[in-house]
Design a protein around this ligand. Structure first.
Ligand code: PEP
Ligand code: MN
Length: 354
């Protein structure tokens, strides 16, 4: 995807901020929010016209009417306006109202059929498309959705990290799993990736810290929910902030330029590179021995996996982790991967000898 373009070529500022209410609730609410957000110097305004809600009977947006308010906000305040689409019909409506861009929500990204239908409808359309991460922390599913949109010809493309559904008790509404957007960046380095601290946090108190973390990690910008009277919002009331709070939050963010590597940093990196190559050499040596063991087991009619030995190995690794001040869970994961590769190699030996 080397030919991606900025979402809005004329607004390629850094960081890129998108703000606006979760839902477009009324003409007054949209115009008030858009005015204040434009005044805050933010040029991309978000508001959901159709809202995917967990339970029926909740406020599900006002649809087409909201698009009229968005168009009016755009004309009055000279901002770009974007909204969520989940079906080809939504896209068809959006295109009638001169909306500048769309986002695909987490629930839609989770479903390849739904994403493909939107991608098919986007063929030949020139708009900006933002793909939110799927509800589950599956980077391939996220990349798959992005590829579907890309294959339909869209080049003004970005991703939004909004956290992942979790059953575990965390302070967040959606667990950040930062490693997932980091992997997305590794796989598609030139894709613009924003973070959405509002949906990750689920509570306004968490938004400032999550925003700073995202910028520290190197995200290209933020999408933040902002409402004139957050406590009265018809959706996501607990996670929206006022335009004043947004201005204050942004003014306190520390921006980081990619620093020129200082001498000390280069030295640390050199040290890390040396350690990494040692790790790889040791793994190769370990695998060589694992293959020798595989030959032995094969020659003696033994099964590849010896369950007791596997458990013993994991427990020993965890115990060592603990005394080395490393999280046992982390070491457990690494050793599971290593063991899995050893098993694969030992199975290969049997196949090679058939
Ligand atoms: C939203 O942005 O308001 C929204 C519904 O987001 P998500 O798809 O991330 O839940
Ligand atoms: Mn929302």
């Amino acid at each position: 995807m080397t030919d991606l373009k900025p979402l809005f070529t004329e607004l390629s500022t850094e960081p890129l901020y998108i703000a606006g209410p979760c839902s477009a609730e009324s003409r007054e609410q949209v115009l008030l929010a858009a005015r204040d957000i434009a005044q805050a110097g933010i040029s991309i305004f978000r508001a959901g016209a159709w809202k995917p809600r967990t339970k029926p009977g909740s406020f599900e947006g006002t649809g087409r009417e909201a698009l009229e308010w968005l168009r009016e906000a755009k004309e009055r305040y000279g901002i770009k306006v974007i909204t969520e689409i989940a079906t080809p019909e939504h896209l068809e409506e959006v295109l009638k109202y001169d909306i500048d861009g769309v986002w695909i929500g987490a629930r839609t990204t989770t479903n390849p059929f739904a994403t493909q239908q939107i991608a098919d409808a986007l063929k030949g359309v020139d708009t900006a498309v933002i793909v939110k991460n799927p509800v589950i922390p599956d980077v391939d599913l996220w990349i798959g959705a992005i590829e579907r949109i890309y294959n339909s010809g869209i080049r003004r493309l970005a991703a939004v990290h909004r956290g992942f559904g979790t059953q575990q008790t965390t302070p967040y509404r959606n667990a950040p799993h930062w490693s997932v957007p980091i992997e997305l960046h590794r796989r598609i380095p030139n894709l613009c990736i924003l973070s959405d601290p509002s949906h990750i946090g689920g509570r306004r108190e968490l938004i400032a810290r999550l925003s700073q973390q995202a910028l520290d990690i190197g995200f290209d910008g933020l999408m933040i929910e902002c409402h004139p009277t957050p406590e009265c919002a018809l959706s996501d009331a607990a996670q929206q902030i006022t335009p004043d709070a947004l201005v204050e939050l942004i003014s306190k963010l520390e921006l980081h330029r990619t620093p020129a590597a200082t001498d000390a940093l280069s030295e640390y990196r050199l040290h890390i590179d040396t350690i990494d190559s040692k790790i790889i050499e040791l793994l190769a040596e370990r695998m060589y021995i694992a293959r020798a063991i595989g030959e032995y087991k094969h020659a003696h009619g033994m099964a590849v996996v010896q369950q007791d030995r596997y458990n013993e190995l994991l427990l020993a690794a965890e115990a060592r982790a603990e005394s080395a001040n490393l999280p046992p869970r982390f070491i457990h994961q690494i050793f599971r991967e290593i063991h899995e590769e050893s098993v694969r190699q030992q199975i290969n030996i049997r196949e090679e000898q058939k």
